[in-house]
Design a protein around this ligand. Structure first.
Ligand SMILES: Nc1ncnc2c1ncn2[C@@H]1O[C@H](COP(=O)(O)OP(=O)(O)OP(=O)(O)O)[C@@H](O)[C@H]1O
Length: 212
């Protein structure tokens, strides 16, 4: 069996003296899509932010490719793509400019590739319009175009289906499956009814933590 990309061992997190989760252990293997599920407020966003290295209010162990993540920070960051539940799009910039900003410090991508990625998320013809003039779903599609130029093997995606129409949902589902088929791994939170073949799940909340 292949080595996990990411491994969580006995994670615990408390917010405002409220225990969100404890004894949370799971492995994210190459070739898998894992859904983090649970009712509102049970800690899904918090967990993804912890995994992405954006929240330090936790205890336990996180391993990246079998080594403590803290010792592998650069490799972890270079190989992980996090998209938060807010699209993170700058309203005064165009979709092309926003994608360039999202790629900053990662790698050079030509305008042609960016325009193709935007076309791939249904934004052909909107490449140079300020994002403040786009709809909520179109703004989220700008952020999702990032997936089409991603070479990071691990994707951590928080509520990426919000404001997306049915065709867009199917397109995202196929991107997740594609990443897994290419040997990457995806961890996704969503309230959308996501059904992908072989999908794993981590459930937070009332019944405690459950992994399958
Ligand atoms: N910055 C913060 N400081 C203190 N508590 C916080 C902070 N952010 C979130 N919380 C609390 O942590 C708990 C979990 O929040 P989180 O956003 O992780 O839940 P969630 O499962 O993603 O919810 P939803 O399904 O509504 O998106 C909530 O009770 C929330 O009030």
């Amino acid at each position: 069996m292949s080595e996990p990309l990411l491994q969580a061992i006995d994670l615990e997190c408390e917010r405002d003296e409220r225990l969100l989760f404890q004894n949370l252990s799971f492995s994210i293997l190459p070739g898998t899509v894992t859904r983090v599920e649970g009712p509102n407020g049970t800690g899904k966003t918090t967990l993804l932010r912890i995994l992405a290295g954006l929240n330090d209010a936790w205890s336990g162990q996180l391993l990246w490719c079998g080594e403590p993540r803290a010792r592998q920070r650069e490799s972890f960051l270079r190989n992980t793509l996090y998209i938060g539940h807010r699209p993170g799009i700058k309203p005064l910039l165009t979709p092309v400019e926003n994608l360039k900003a999202l790629m900053a410090g990662r790698r050079e991508v030509s305008d042609e590739v960016l325009v193709q990625a935007l076309a791939g998320t249904g934004l052909a013809g909107f490449e140079n319009v300020p994002c403040r003039n786009l709809s909520a779903g179109q703004q989220r599609r700008v952020a999702l175009a990032r997936l089409l130029i991603a070479d990071e093997p691990l994707w951590l995606l928080d509520e990426v289906f919000t404001a997306i129409d049915a065709d867009g949902v199917r397109a995202i589902e196929s991107m997740l499956q594609q990443r897994a088929a290419e040997g990457g791994a995806v961890l996704v939170t969503t309230h959308h009814e996501l059904q992908l073949p072989g999908m794993k799940s981590i459930t937070l909340g009332a019944g405690g933590v459950h992994e399958c």
